[in-house]
Design a protein around this ligand. Structure first.
Ligand code: FES
Length: 107
């Protein structure tokens, strides 16, 4: 099976400024996070209820949901606190110049 291509979704400079960004690609909303020179991409929708993780806050390499405060590991997507139990999906990221590219399976 061929791997999905990487798609440009945002500018690295924009993300460096905002630290968190919500982008839409392939019918999905994805939260981008910038932490210590690294870029992470996870589902924007919290796995617990309908809250946008990109409106939350960063705590090291974790993102905290703005609604009930569950934290998710940006590397694995794992939920670290209740009430969320399920992980969020993580996506491979590539940086080319000032462009952030994501690899997202077609839905
Ligand atoms: S909606 Fe995110 S923890 Fe409840």
């Amino acid at each position: 099976m061929r791997a999905s291509p990487f798609t440009v979704v945002a500018s690295l400079n924009d993300l460096k400024t905002s630290k968190l960004l919500c982008v839409k690609t392939h019918g999905l909303r994805i939260a981008l996070a910038y932490v210590d020179g690294k870029v992470f991409a996870v589902d924007d929708m919290c796995s617990h209820e309908d809250a946008s993780l990109s409106k939350g806050s960063l705590h090291g390499e974790c993102i905290k949901c703005p609604l009930h405060g569950s934290r998710f590991d940006l590397n694995s997507g794992a939920a670290l606190d209740e009430p969320a139990e399920d992980p969020v999906t993580t996506y491979p990221v590539k940086i080319v110049g000032d462009e952030i590219l994501l690899q997202v399976q077609q839905v």
